[in-house]
Ligand binder design. Sequence first.
Ligand code: ZN
Length: 806
Amino acid sequence: MGAPTTPATTGTPPRPIPGVHPASRALTRPRRRLVAAAAALVALAAVGAGSLLDLRTPAPKSADAPAGAFSAGRAYEDVQVIAARSHVAGSPANEEVRAHLEQQLRGLGLETEVQDTVAPEAGQLSGAAGGATVARVRNVVARLPGTDSTGRVFLVSHYDSVQTGPGGNDDAAGTSTILEVARALTTGPRPRNDIVFVLTDAEEACLCGAAAFAASHPLAADGGVVLNLEARGSTGPVIMFETSRNNAKLVDIFGRAAPHPVGTSFAVEIYRALPNDTDFTAFLDQKFVGLNSAYIDGGAIYHTPLDTPAAMDRGSLQQHGDNALGLAREFGGTDLTELRSGHDATYFPVPGGLVRYPGWLTVPLALLAVALVGTLGWLTRRSGRASTGRLAAGFALALVPIVAAPVAAQLLWLAITTIRPGYAELLDPYRPIWYRLAVLALATAILFTWYALTRRRIGPAALAVGGLAWLALLGVLLAVAVPGGAYLTTVPALAGALGGLVALRTRQTGPWPVVAVTAAAAVGVVILLPTVVLLFPALGMAMGGVAALVAVLLGLVALPVVDLLHPQAGGQRGLLALRARRLAVLPAGAAAVAAVVLAGVGLGVDRFDAAHPAPTHLMYAMDAGTGQARWLSHESDPQPWTDGYVDGVTDVGDDFPGLGDGELRTGPAQSANLPAPKLEVLADATAGGERTLRLRLTPQRAARLATLHVDTSTATVLRAEVAGRSVPVEPRAGKWGFGLVFHAPPAEGIEVTLTVRPIAGQVALRAMDASDGLDALPGFRPRPPAVGVVGSHSSEMLAVARTYPI
Ligand SMILES: [Zn+2]
């Protein structure tokens, strides 16, 4: 497809490339060529800028915005109250947050109540390492009754934070958004459908609050539409990244009713590959339908002490609110009985809206792209622009940048993390922009170098067709394996093939060939450029290779336009051609230099300091029976600060089954004067070879969680009940073959009933509880300013355990 506009000679001695069509003489004149190239580039740059501007967050509205509008200024006042300090589930701080939420919702005149219950985790998710997981949760639930309800709309966010940070974004963003949306909705006419505001507890621990609501709250009994609001970072566009199955109608409403609809069916596939989970999972388990949205850039602060209200980008908050309010109004007025459709939609953002088409078109479109690219190749050969051999070579060689760019990006990151090992514990660097640009420059350098080396021998037409062929084939592969992502390569391949066909069939002296290939490249830019930009925060620099891959695919779609710039393409001869060949290497060299410089600037600018500390992970665990204590760390290659505590590796599974198993860094610690949780026997009865133990496990200090494990070489656990609710008895690996994890244990303790078949005399039980904060421990030295805390659920955990033979 590049050929019509790019006749070429092979330099000295002048020898035409066999098969290059002589008709395209118009653009052999350098000046015309330059004008065409400039026009094409300006057009592509404008399209690219439009695509990126479309991803910008809206300007935050001030606190005096009209009553019916969402105001980030008003919502932010709640953010400051909610995220004044860390408020993990079960803590007094969380109690204060809950009181504030109740007060705000009641103040709006809404029926408000607290669902106070003990609930298991959704599915069997994150907490499963320690055993069956439950939590005491208190969800704040308020209802705005509809006038003629056809179903319920649920706005959901979690109000608890992690123990290591105040949750300024995660999830004060979602919670404050819901309060402000509730306020805006109560100022207008009542909606047709019930709107239920669900502020869940213990999301961070186990999604237990959402699981409790979805499974057992009366308002949830008939299902409905769930809009879950989250934040996994501090800035960037709000992305609708997850839906229930058969989402076509939901996505259609999202595209129509959200004022800033950024979402792609590809995100769902990406999200499944990530280790994150949200409350939305708990609702999907219960067959609700719905949409899940979050902003995700600025991930360095995720779950850390730096996730403060001040860290929040209020533009992101405004976008959360604009979309949530728009969707609440739309779903509030829609007939909710007709929301399920028979299929999933493919969708992606374009300037001004959301493109969507039925998922059943994915495979036909992918096959059509292959057919069209095949046709283009055949016509290219017939027109004499490339021989079969060159087409085959172009296809084979196009794989080189597709493989080389991601590999090079990963190697670049390996080099950067070798220089700065602290990056290993971060989701993304604090100032990732330099590294992102370095990856893009690297991908560009590889593409340009590859093109400069292959163009003369293979010819631009064969390379362009070869590149499109890979996009088309990837489209088929994706359509089968990752259908929501197939559009990424199928649509650009379709556009490229059509552009090429038009370029081949139109008069070569006119502007149409250039217009056709530029328009095709523009389609590639609209689809792939936002993808590159969103992939960086979604996956972090550690997977920057994925963005590099997409960037190279974009480059391959734009090859014919790139070719307009190629100095050799002008058909110079002799010395001129020699000079042209040297010139051709220039952009590649410039991009390579840019990659190195940008990476260097990143290392220079993104240094660890008090405001951007190097994260470290440390825990303390003590056996109250023996008095033995140790420091523990999850860091695989400990930072210098952590190195002061750990000097070896251990498996804690035998001593602290509540911490899960697996190898940790460890070092000796001084014993602290801390009590283990008390385990009392309330009843003990044996009948028919089964022993039933009714036990009470009571932490003797303010604990975030308590665990109880059974040594299954002393007894086989047959049944288990926690706080009157039976929990699954699933065998764990290792000595402690049965385990329970209880988050946010009440001060009066937890009642556990175990039915076991004894194996040898007494049953060995191991009780553990864990609190947060290491400051008061003997031998703990506070971190220097540039050393921070890793955002993880076990950072700063202080565990005390004891074995009880019963
Ligand atoms: Zn979180």
